[in-house]
Each structure stands twice: as C-alpha cells, then as structure tokens.
Design a protein around this ligand. Structure first.
Ligand code: GDP
Ligand code: IMO
Ligand code: MG
Length: 433
C-alpha cells in the first residue's frame, strides 16, 4: 500500500486530528511532517461508555491508536519540554506511547527561539502575524540559515556546544541590542537540551529509512499535516502564514518519502471557514452569524484559547486547495454546526475592485480586496448528528454537500456530523478505491 497524505484545506483547525484518528486503526504509521506545537488537534474518543477528550500539539494523532506507530518526521520542529509533557500526560491517562519515533534530522526549538518569537511579534505591533508564540518561525529561520540545532546534535555534546555558541553569538546581539532583553547563557541552553537527551535517545531513528522499509513491506503510511493550505509558507496568504510547507508537497520533504510513493491526498474542509491570528479572510463575518458559528462550533483555539474568526465556506479556497495539494478526496467536517440556518451562503468567486475572480488571486493586495460573491443555498433544521448514511441527511444538507463537491473539484468521501470518532458519514473508502 502506498503513502497517503492528509492536509487541511483552509486556515487550520478543520478537524485533521479527528480524521487522522479515524484512519488510525487502518494504517500502520502516522507521520507528522511539518510544524510543531503551534498545532492543536482535539480528538474525542468513546472509552468505557464515556467521552474522553484529548488535545494534541506536537505528537502525531496516531499516538492514540495502539496498533499504529507514530512518527515525528524531519520536517517538524520539536520543543522537547512539550514533547515530554505531552507524553507524560498521555501515559498518565493510560495511553501507551512507547512506539513513538523521532527523526534524527528534526530541528529543535531552542529556548531563545521561543523568546525571539514573542519579542518580534511585540516589536511588529499592528503589523504582527498573530503567531502562537511557540518559537516556530525563528526555528525554521535557523534551519534555512543553517544554524539550527537538530535532534542528532543532542548526542554529541562538543558539536552541540559549538552550535549553541554560534547561534547565541548572533542571537544575543539581537536580543540585547534590538529588543533590550537579557542575553541567554550558553550553559543555560546546554543544560536544558542535554537534560532531555537520554530520555529521547531510544526514540530517535532514521525515520525516512524506517518508512521506506515499511512501504516496501506493504505497510500503510499516513502523512499528517499540521496547519493548512492557506497557512503554507509558499502557497498561503504570505506573510500571514506559518513557516513550514503544510501542503502535500511538504509531506515528501518533511518525511523523506518520495512523491512517487504517494497516491492519495485527503484534504479536510470545514463546512464553514475559520482563521486564528491576523491576515486576510474574505468570508469573515462580524455579525450574529459569525457569533453563531463560533458558539455552535466551539471555535476557540486548542493551542492558545483565542476565539477563532468565523465565516461562510469559501469554495475559491477549496478549489485552490484541490489544485495545490492534488486532492483526491475531501472530508467535510462540522456539517452539524450549520443546522438551523434559513439559508447557507457559499462563496463561489470574488469581486476584486469590480472584476470577478473565480480562482485565488495571485497578488496579495487583490486577495486583501476580495469581496465574496455568494450563492445562497436553503438550510435545514433537523438534527443530523445521528445520521450515518448520506441518504439519512435532510435533502438540503445533501444538496449543500453536493454543491460543494462540484465547486471544489474533488469527491467528498466523508462528512463529519459531530466531534466523536463514530460521528461520520462515509461515502467512499478513504483507503480503498
Ligand atoms: P485540527 O487542528 O485540524 O485537528 O482541528 P482542531 O482539533 O483544532 O479543531 C476541530 C474541532 O472540531 C475539534 O474540537 C474537533 O473535536 C471538532 N470536530 C471535528 N469534526 C467535527 C464534526 O464533524 N462536527 C463537530 N461538531 N465537531 C467536529
Ligand atoms: P492546526 O494544526 C490554526 C497560525 C497562527 C498564526 C500563523 C503563524 O491546529 O490546524 P506560527 O506560530 O505557526 O508561527 O503562527 O499561523 N497557526 C494556526 N492556525 N491552526 C493551526 O494549527 C495553526 N498553527 C499556526 O495563529 O496566524
Ligand atoms: Mg487545530
């Protein structure tokens, strides 16, 4: 079986965690390939008749499935304190985390990068990105500038010291001279990082090689994105993006699996839109409807607790996501949240300064000026959370899904009708044909 990629189609928080968890029992490996603990995936599982909620940040969602091996790929940036805190938290709840593998080439979020993320945002003032403040941007910047610290460096103290010294020689100038902050001591960083080395050692592997062997043995590998298409550093709403490739291409570079082994791309699309942080968002609502979506959909960030900005679904974004990711299957999530509306607007194109755009404008300024052109679809009032077959859905809910399918250009294979593992309607198998 080849590798399967799973990405977010919008601005994140589409329900990737739930979808990955759902596939967990049918796949052998779940690989996180980008991002770090800026992600927040909420997974709701039924255990002994009770609903249990898990919030994962750094760990792949496959960690909750006993039969699957979770992998942190080379494209991820790892905050070691968060890694062990999450592992301890799961172990305390009876989850076996012993199968976790961590790429020797993944980069580490050094303590000074957490500080730099926060002070840079403060410095930018009204021009800030609205980052999660976890040190993601500065760590990827170090990776590209070739002065990052990698997992494997923890096991060579001499090399680690050289790298930390080199990084701090530069960073301390910035911290002290630009931001008026205390300089960071080399020993402070060394002590923190080395303090984790021995616990980390057994998890560290050449994960690209492990995955290649697994694929050769006919195993199934799911590559799970953090963030989403419009937060991708190349294809998103730059500069209001994260600092990694969250689209399907990133799955290959971030895991070491070549494109020729990937034959399916599943994109997760929320039945409406949300965004956290700054940046353009054409269908954003500032009225009672926005409040309705936020309340009904419980749209508050899993990582930072910030209220998410809410708006109607945007099929220009959906189509763009199909193009950039080569989406073969969509999972539409949170259809249940739209229950109880007279009409449900669907954005089909943009008006940019009087000109109609059916595709995503390539220029940032045009996207900032984009006004949604809506098609109004009739709503439904019936509770759909118990529906398990497409035919069980009210006719208007079916028509909504079918119209989205037509507009976004790839088949809708599953539909989420609630947060629980079983609250899903399957139309086509996500792993078979
Ligand atoms: P992720 O970052 O893409 O994994 O998504 P988040 O976990 O940040 O946000 C998605 C939220 O929606 C979580 O609280 C999920 O439990 C919840 N969720 C996922 N699918 C559905 C669905 O179909 N219906 C409802 N009501 N909630 C859902
Ligand atoms: P999941 O995986 C939603 C947003 C931040 C900010 C921008 C840059 O749960 O979908 P960063 O800290 O990455 O430098 O912040 O990206 N952002 C997310 N928004 N869901 C996420 O992850 C996000 N990860 C980052 O709010 O606007
Ligand atoms: Mg999230």
């Amino acid at each position: 079986m080849p590798a399967i990629v799973l990405v977010g189609a919008q601005w994140g928080d589409e329900g990737k965690g739930k979808a990955t968890d759902l596939l967990g029992s049918d796949v052998d490996y779940v690989v996180k390939f980008n991002g770090g603990n800026n992600a927040g995936h909420t997974i709701v599982i039924e255990k002994d008749g009770k609903r249990e909620k898990y919030a994962l940040h750094l760990l792949p969602s496959g960690i909750l499935t006993p039969t699957c091996t979770p992998v942190i790929g080379n494209g991820v940036v790892v905050d070691l304190a968060v890694l062990f805190e999450e592992l301890d938290g799961l172990e305390a709840r009876g989850v076996d985390t012993s199968r976790l593998l961590v790429s020797a080439s993944a980069h580490i979020i050094a303590p000074y990068n957490r500080v730099l993320d926060k002070v840079t945002e403060r410095f930018l003032g009204s021009r800030k990105i609205g980052t999660t403040g976890r040190g993601i941007g500065p760590t990827y910047a170090d990776k590209m500038s070739r002065n990052g610290i990698r997992v494997q460096d923890l096991f060579d103290e001499k090399i680690l010291r050289q790298k930390v010294e080199a990084a701090l020689a530069f960073k301390n100038q910035i911290l002290a001279k630009i931001y008026n902050r205390r300089a960071v001591e080399v020993d402070e960083v060394m002590d923190e990082l080395l303090g984790y080395a021995e616990r980390l050692r057994p998890m560290v592997a050449d994960t690209s090689l492990v995955l290649e062997k697994a694929l050769n043995e006919g195993k199934t590998v799911l590559l799970e994105a953090g963030q989403a298409t419009l937060l991708d550093v190349d294809h998103g709403t730059y500069p209001f993006v994260t600092s990694s490739n969250a689209t399907a291409g990133g799955a290959c570079t971030g895991s070491g699996i070549p494109p020729t082994r990937v034959d399916r791309v599943i994109a997760i699309l929320k039945a409406y839109s949300t965004r956290v942080g700054e940046g353009p968002f054409p269908t954003e609502l500032f009225d009672a409807n926005g409040e309705f979506l936020r309340k009904t959909g419980a749209e508050f960030g899993t990582t930072t607790g910030r209220p998410r900005r809410c708006g109607w679904v945007d099929t220009v974004v959906g189509r763009y996501s199909t193009r950039i990711n080569g989406t073969t299957d969509f999972v539409i999530t949170k259809l249940d949240v739209l229950t109880g509306l007279d009409t449900v607007p669907v954005c089909v194109a943009y008006d940019v300064d009087g000109v109609r755009h059916d595709e995503m404008p390539v220029n940032q300024t045009d996207f900032h000026h984009a006004k949604p052109i809506y098609e109004e679809l009739p709503g439904w009032w019936e509770d759909i959370t118990e529906c398990r077959r497409f035919e069980d859905l009210p006719a208007n809910a079916q028509a909504y899904v079918l119209r989205l399918e037509e507009l976004i250009g790839a088949r809708v294979s599953a539909i989420g009708v609630g947060p629980g593992r079983d609250e899903i309607i399957s139309r086509h198998s996500l792993l078979g044909d």
